[in-house]
Design a protein around this ligand. Structure first.
Ligand code: ZN
Length: 164
């Protein structure tokens, strides 16, 4: 069962997001802290990651709200993850889904493959709904679908498929 130290940079972020952490299944265990873990920075010339802090200690997640030039909103790998909160982020539940997404990456699950793997995780009724959304040109990149896909990936991890 993966266990993470989950750092919220500020008390304000913690107050906003900690109450919604139960959106993430109990397979993931968190010890919640306030503050900044030891971090490093990726290639500073890469506009995607410029100024983006990433935890050094294994089993650490960092949620921060710094105004940085990076385009990335999150990253996760090797049992570590970082999640950025911007001024435009007003949906706290969607932010917790962003944490869930990066935590799935952190344990090696293919969190970006929602559309590619639709045939694997959708029920028949979801498949019909998905097709209807597509025909209406509604964005599929929304919390409604994220939750279903991440729940499937979490069960997959729990049963020992994929990841590390
Ligand atoms: Zn991703």
């Amino acid at each position: 069962m993966p266990h993470f130290d989950l750092f919220f940079k500020t008390e304000d972020l913690r107050r906003r997001l900690e109450p919604h952490l139960d959106l993430i299944p109990p397979y993931f265990r968190f010890t919640v802290r306030t503050g900044t873990p030891e971090v490093r920075f990726f290639d500073q010339k890469d506009p995607m990651w410029k100024g983006f802090p990433f935890p050094i200690p294994e089993g650490t997640i960092y949620v921060f709200d710094d105004e940085i030039p990076a385009r990335a909103l999150g990253g996760g790998m090797q049992n570590r993850a970082s999640v950025r909160v911007t001024r435009a982020d007003t949906d706290d539940e969607a932010l917790v889904l962003r944490i869930w997404h990066e935590v799935l990456h952190a344990i090696g699950q293919p969190a970006d493959d929602m559309a590619k793997r639709a045939g694997e995780w959708q029920s028949v009724s979801e498949r019909l709904m998905w097709a209807a959304w597509q025909s209406l040109s509604r964005s599929l990149d929304v919390p409604f679908w994220h939750r279903k896909f991440y729940a499937w990936l979490t069960e997959r991890a729990e049963s020992g498929v994929g990841g590390r």
